[in-house]
Design a protein around this ligand. Sequence first.
Ligand SMILES: *Cc1c(COP(=O)(O)O)cnc(C)c1O
Length: 356
Amino acid sequence: MGVDQIAIEVEKIKESRLGQINFDELKFGRDFSDHMLISSYENGAWGNPKIIPFQNLPFSPAASVFHYGQAIFEGQKAHRSENGEVLLFRPDQNFERFNRSAKRMCMPQIPEQIYMEGIKALVDLDRDWIPTGDGKSLYIRPFMVADDGFLGVKASDSYKFMVITSPTSNYYSGAVSVRIETDYARACQGGIGAAKAAANYAASLLPAQEAKKAGYDQLIWTDAKDHEYIEESGTMNIMLRIGDTLITPSLETNTILPGITRKSILFLAKEWGYKLEERRIKVAELIDALKSNQLTEAFGMGTAATIAPISKIAYQGEDYELSDYNSWEFANKVKNYLEGLKRGTQADDFGWTVKL
Ligand SMILES: *Cc1c(COP(=O)(O)O)cnc(C)c1O
């Protein structure tokens, strides 16, 4: 990977907060480990990253992130294997996507050393925060925000790159009900849907809340122009299985976040010889498959839950039920494989895990 050693200054917390955490009742994103990583970009260069106690930070009230939303993030996980090793899953992919997001949002590229060595040093220092047990992991949240105290509309000159980590258990548990969204859109062609930008999430909150109010856990996003094609499921990529063919929306519209779970699942499906299509999928095709009982599996794909099976799909006031996901052949196989890899119980045939 060509990662050189960099000097990371470490300021340790005086007294660990580890004892205050109930590891039996972890909720996604609520508790944070003792330390965080921070690096500043000024005058065209990144400063050496520092590890400091997790803390609130001073920002100018005019900082451009608050006004014009230049903010991107990543989501990845560290797992503890059965023999105590710490494993990261394809962190190089997160690094590359982070810099693609940065480019789209007119933010500077982060050097590989700062991103990779910074995360490794932080996770290593807080390794006692990595929970053990099924579905448990340390969620890693790298992010970058624009820091200029200036209200003029332009790309900021200064930025902060930070990483915080959070012990967590799986984001979703069980199957989710979803409503096909035909009014709002998450992303449009030419927009920022393919970047992991904070603004995409801001745009999704109201539609998600309305779906919740109507009794559904999440929604299925459709294209912004005609709401004719399906794109993603909530904050995850979506996979359908119609008959025995796996189908997922293709990325060519640039409105879909290129998920690492999605990429890994597509790779495995090909490797295992499944029928697989990566193309645009009409809502009408999905509804036809539901009506004729041909939709044999449907699930979201993402780091938070790996796979989130869908139990119910609503469209134009009609609810369609899917079969019990426990009997879904592909979804369960690929979930077990990926979770086995992340926990070190599955042989790493493709060199996807990085040991700390
Ligand atoms: C992060 C994200 C995904 C999933 O990506 P992974 O790399 O698999 O975690 C899918 N859709 C959206 C909108 C996302 O932000």
